[in-house]
Design a protein around this ligand. Structure first.
Ligand SMILES: Cc1cc2nc3c(=O)[nH]c(=O)nc-3n(C[C@H](O)[C@H](O)[C@H](O)COP(=O)(O)OP(=O)(O)OC[C@H]3O[C@@H](n4cnc5c(N)ncnc54)[C@H](O)[C@@H]3O)c2cc1C
Length: 424
């Protein structure tokens, strides 16, 4: 059988997994991965740990099987009908199947004065365009190894940092900078930290834990613009001095190339259960929108890549991606949490809710049940049961007679205090 040429646009976490799995299946495919970044695929989810000193930048490389990986090679156009793509140097390459794995890019707040001398940083939707090194001195984002090197370099001579945005990434960055000895303040316009994944009490527990590291949190506050000098001034007029400011205001799918190629794009490139968006054309990872959901998580990117690899290699022609159960985790440091599924304050309506608070350990745990199934759960400060909870959540199996055992490991937490058990 003659081999099929699979062109993967983007050399990030989804592309690496796809290439590795295509190789593992050993099907009749020849994989070429085109990546705009100078580095081969690496584990982006560990960038904050590089800042914290827990990992070296060189240790993040991901396996890519037998794929040809072309680094520093941006794809500037894709001709879906002619099945060719154009590279930044003007050359054209043919393919049999193309996979968009272009990821996401940081959203910048709609503010003047963020750009350095080069100017022109954000596109009409407020997304960062081009190299993030174009940000004004002292301003940072964290999406790539280059961003990471720039931030680590500045952090070496800084003593105070402000992180704008208290979501998953903002908390991870604040924790990492605190580990380097900086005093850190998080400015967050939401009501509490990580409100997309955590309820109010979990947000408060996280804030307490960060406070122990010397990280201050300013919820319900905005920084209209980083000051022209170091620091930011909040809407109420309060000034926070800083040597560096990190913008962690979210990401958006990188869809410009797919849109220009005439593919269906809403927030992300719209794909069906086969991950296809047009004949011989697919999208996976942060750039893909499946059933109106854009996940923005490595775990989801890998699930999608696994399905697509099974299909393209011929190992699983009937494989389908039917969605992912949302999970968010911050681990491997003094401030840890894990959140599964629907676990916000609004998700408690009509559900059975178990809560455990352990002030001495700074822990907060919650299980949201409908019938005997877990629909959501939170662990803050003590992740001892995260493994069994993850398995119970992902398999959807009944929790049995003792759901509390999914929150506690009896010999290790004898003093855990049940603060509330309620049916709302
Ligand atoms: C600091 C940080 C921490 C994170 N922590 C977690 C975590 O704990 N858990 C979790 O699940 N997720 C986490 N994430 C999210 C996770 O990294 C992403 O979900 C994952 O990287 C998505 O993979 P992807 O391949 O879709 O996109 P990316 O990994 O972003 O890769 C896309 C690649 O495509 C390249 N590209 C784009 N356009 C082109 C083009 N035209 N030509 C060539 N190349 C192109 C980009 O340069 C980039 O290298 C974190 C992200 C960051 C930044």
């Amino acid at each position: 059988m003659s081999s099929r040429r699979v062109a993967v646009v983007g050399a990030g976490m989804a592309a690496a997994r796809l290439a590795q799995q295509l190789h593992a299946h050993g099907g009749p495919t020849e994989t070429v991965v085109y990546g705009a970044e100078p580095q081969a695929p690496y584990n982006r989810a560990l960038l904050a740990d590089v800042i914290a000193g827990r990992h070296r930048a060189g240790s993040l490389a991901l396996p890519t099987g037998d794929a040809e990986v072309r680094t520093g090679t941006e794809v500037v156009a894709v001709d879906i009908r002619g099945r060719t793509l154009t590279l930044a140097d003007g050359s054209r390459e043919a393919y049999d199947d193309v996979v968009f794995a272009t990821g996401a890019e940081p959203v910048l707040p709609p503010l003047d004065g963020l750009a350095g001398a080069a100017g022109g940083l954000a596109d009409a939707s407020g997304c960062l365009t081009g190299a993030t090194g174009g940000l004004r001195t002292g301003l940072h984002v964290l999406r790539s190894l280059d961003d990471c090197a720039r931030l680590a370099r500045d952090a070496d001579t800084a003593s105070r940092a402000v992180v704008i945005g208290g979501g998953v990434l903002g908390v991870g960055v604040a924790r990492a900078l605190a580990a380097r000895g900086l005093s850190v303040e998080i400015v967050h316009q939401g009501p509490h930290l990580v409100e997309r994944h955590l309820d109010r009490r979990a947000g408060a527990a996280l804030r307490t834990a960060l406070g122990r590291l010397g990280v201050g949190v300013h919820p319900g506050e905005r920084a209209p613009a980083p000051d022209s000098g170091p620091g930011v001034t909040l809407t109420g007029g309060r000034r926070l001095d800083a040597d560096l400011v990190v913008l962690t205001c979210g990401v958006r799918p990188r869809t410009g190339l797919a849109r220009a190629a005439g593919l269906p794009v809403r927030r992300g490139v719209v794909v069906d259960d086969t991950l296809a968006c047009a004949p011989h054309t697919y999208a996976v990872g942060d750039c893909a929108e499946h059933g109106t959901t854009v996940h923005g998580l490595a775990t989801t990117a890998w699930e999608q890549a696994d399905v697509l690899a099974a299909r393209l290699s011929g190992a699983g022609p009937g494989a389908r991606y039917t969605g992912s159960r949302p999970m968010s985790r911050l681990t491997a440091g003094p401030v840890e949490y894990a959140a599964f599924g629907a676990c916000g304050d609004a998700d408690e309506e009509g559900a059975d809710v178990l809560r455990i608070g352990d002030a001495t350990r700074g822990a907060y745990k919650k299980l949201v049940l409908r019938g005997d199934r877990i629909v959501g759960a939170i662990l803050v400060g003590d992740l001892a049961t995260a493994g069994s909870l993850t398995r119970a959540f992902l398999t959807g199996r009944p929790v049995g007679r003792d759901p509390l055992s999914l929150l506690t490991v009896p010999p290790r937490v004898p003093s855990a205090r049940v603060v509330e058990e309620s049916r709302t």
